[in-house]
Design a binder for this molecule. Sequence first.
Ligand code: HEM
Length: 512
Amino acid sequence: MASSLIFDLLSLNFIWLCQCAAWFCVLALIIQAYKLYLRRKELVAAFKDFPGPKTHWLYGNAHEFKADGKDLDLIYDYAGKYPYAFTLWLGSFFASLTVSHPDYAKQILSRTDPKDNFGYRFITPWIGKGLLVLSGPKWFQHRRLLTPGFHYDVLKPYVKLTSDCTKTMLAKWDRLLSDTNEVELFHHVSLMTLDTIMKCAFSYESNCQNDSENAYIKAVYEICYIVDFRFGCIPYQSDLIFHLSPHGFRFRRALKIAHRHTAKVIKERVESLKQDTELEKIKQKRHLDFLDILLCAKDENDQGLSDEDLQAEVDTFMFEGHDTTASGISWTLYCMAKYPEHQQKCREEIREVLGGRDTVEWDDLGKFPHLTMCIKESMRLYPPVPGVARELTTPITFCDGRTLQKGSHVLLSLYNINRCSSLWEEPEVFNPQRFSPENSSTRHSHAFLPFSAGARNCIGQNFAMNEMKAALALTLKRFELSPVPDKEPLKLPQLILRSLNGIHINLKKVEN
Ligand code: HEM
């Protein structure tokens, strides 16, 4: 009797507990829904001055971006319909202002707003809090520590190393020519620029160009693909859902590979630096590289970088230092194939400077004016970094009187800005003459932004321009390029500008 009474009481308590838990869940859901409603209301009010394309109630505009090679064309079309800037929604609770005009870009880039915490948060597990992602005083401290790594004394010996790496790639193409005239060059160029950054910045002989299945390059492709996929997949905006998803699993597996690669480079260098701790002694043995500067850097309190900061900077520079230039070189080669008259003009200029030499030297770099104009025009049409983002820390009133509140997210579409029709005549036409000295002096300061501008501009831009000039000069000297009909590349913005179907080019050896 007593035991059945206890049993009844326990069951009653259990039912009561279940009911309480159910009510608690309902209440939590109502509070969450109300918060989301307020968030949506706040966003609608914040972006009211900036109309944009129609939105779906659940996806916003996310479903319009299909990674099918047409996403940048869509963004460009919207720039035509909504001049200066327009609002895009990823789902119902995240909106950002897409900027397409140099006047707006100038205002944003002259402020000190940090990188936005929406998109850059997706790449932080990979490149950590390195220079690209950092903000505030810590960013300033790192930028000051790392700037000497791009002094021209440091960059000078890199030109020969770039030539060596390019020659390795071209020798591979020579061998391929016995079977076929056609190459998909993006992959080859990525291996070449990885080899270059490894040799220049990390004095590391990786022999990666002979490894077409290079694990690091594959991991970088996988990471960029998943990060891009995450932008468009609304549930993946939640870190928890992403972490538990198959994509989260693949992401972590690729991260492990990428981090293993950079950790190995650091470990070997730390070992070798145990013998030589002074920069002067290192300089006597080999060129001073970026990793030496990172390891020996001290701030005003004589503090070096922590292990975590060091790993983040090496991950940042390993990625930024090879994938961006791979994109720049590949798309310029595509433009050269498409516009043979410019290709020929570059080749004549290169022959005149190099004569019978097959190596580019530091003093040659300033002697390729037409090649330099072609590189710039290619980067205008195909910017290796198609967009950058900021989160406003204070409200902004733009030049036309429209305002945006503190906390708003802004995406500067470098792709649209570089093609802004109110500043560039026939913006879609390939015309390197736009970058002649006469035409450059009168241009809007923010009409051409491949390397962004302001305090957060690209720290590696001189490195990048030198590498692109040297690699392109040697390639054009050795090969004539022509397009492959029916294999037009499809622009794919995945952190950097890639091509969905690769970049296919026909090669023919040039008789020198
Ligand atoms: C064609 C090649 C390149 C292009 C088009 C390019 C473009 C850019 C752009 C647009 C930014 C601004 C990013 C943002 O605001 O989020 C940037 C930043 C950066 N780039 Fe480059 N980049 C190139 C090559 C390089 C190279 C070769 C390196 C290193 C060796 C490098 C290292 C960096 C770093 C560390 C930052 C962050 C700088 C900071 O915030 O202080 N980049 N780059």
